[in-house]
Design a protein around this ligand. Structure first.
Ligand SMILES: NC(=O)c1ccc[n+]([C@@H]2O[C@H](COP(=O)([O-])OP(=O)(O)OC[C@H]3O[C@@H](n4cnc5c(N)ncnc54)[C@H](O)[C@@H]3O)[C@@H](O)[C@H]2O)c1
Length: 253
């Protein structure tokens, strides 16, 4: 019988992380459901256990080095999904300095420190899959999102370096870059942007969010889970340092 692999998903108490963690559990992996919000992580894990899957809930604030060190030293992880995220939307001059630093800590430094912590055990077992949830904003910019865009662009550079440093092992690191997915993070942005631009929420969706996408559709959770499944499979063992772009055609213009 094949040994059950373990996946750690950050920010898995909500949205995309929750969907990916749930899908990985359904595929037979042991899942470490981690989140800044321990109750949210435990709720997702408990639901999975109730359905007969293997899951543990853990508190993990990816911006806190002590949280990372404590978890990394107590678990064995084959697959790391760097998903935790947040958004803040403001002109640079009005962007609170602590928010700018927080976004970079969560979206870039956190994934780097978690990867740094887990690589030694992945190397010693000779296997590892790291999947970052990037964003279309790892590739293009939008106004008012300087911290988010800078951090997500940085994630791609970081991944290329780690891909080089792990090339001699069966370890890969890749980044999935979706355009908009309907999650609580995006629902909040719709409200925030409607206020910022003085327009209706429907106008934010149709005239701002979906406007740059030729396909004019939100990306579905199932599309993201399927992409994760491909990237952690043997079929993708030679795909590393790459970017998988699910953007409805946004970046082809
Ligand atoms: N929703 C989209 O349209 C979209 C598009 C592209 C990329 N993304 C990316 O997908 C990822 C998930 O976003 P989502 O839309 O599911 O958001 P979400 O707000 O639904 O979920 C984010 C989760 O991250 C957790 N989190 C926040 N700060 C954290 C921290 N310091 N440590 C650990 N966990 C923390 C939150 O508690 C929450 O459970 C993010 O990296 C986001 O940038 C989202």
């Amino acid at each position: 019988m094949a040994i059950q692999k373990t996946a750690l998903v950050t920010g898995a108490g909500s949205g995309i992380g929750k969907a990916i963690a749930t899908d990985l559990a359904h595929k037979g992996l042991k899942v470490l459901v981690t989140d800044l919000n321990p109750a949210a992580a435990e709720t997702v894990a408990a639901e999975l256990r109730q359905e007969g899957y293997t899951a543990e809930g853990h508190k993990l604030d990816v911006s806190k080095q002590q949280d990372i060190d404590a978890l990394v030293s107590s678990v064995e992880v084959d697959i790391l999904i760097n998903n935790a995220g947040l958004q803040y939307v403001a002109k640079l001059e009005a962007f609170p300095a602590d928010k700018w630093r927080l976004l970079t800590d969560v979206l870039l430094v956190g994934p780097a420190m978690l990867t740094r912590g887990l690589l030694p055990q992945m190397k010693s077992r000779g296997f590892g899959r790291i999947v970052n949830i990037g964003s279309i904003h790892a590739l293009v910019a939008s106004p008012y999102k300087s911290a988010y865009v800078a951090a997500k662009h940085g994630l791609l550079g970081f991944s290329k370096v780690v891909a080089l440093e792990t090339a001699e092992f069966d370890i890969t690191i890749n980044t999935i870059c979706p355009s908009y997915v309907k999650t609580p993070l995006v629902e909040n942005q719709i409200r925030q942007q409607a206020q910022e631009h003085g327009i209706s929420e429907a106008d934010v969706i149709n005239n701002i969010m979906l406007e740059p996408m030729p396909k004019k559709a939100f990306i579905e959770m199932a599309e993201l889970s399927a992409s994760v499944n491909f990237l952690i499979s043997d079929a993708a063992r030679n795909m590393t340092g790459q970017t998988l772009v699910l953007d409805g055609g946004w970046t082809i213009r």
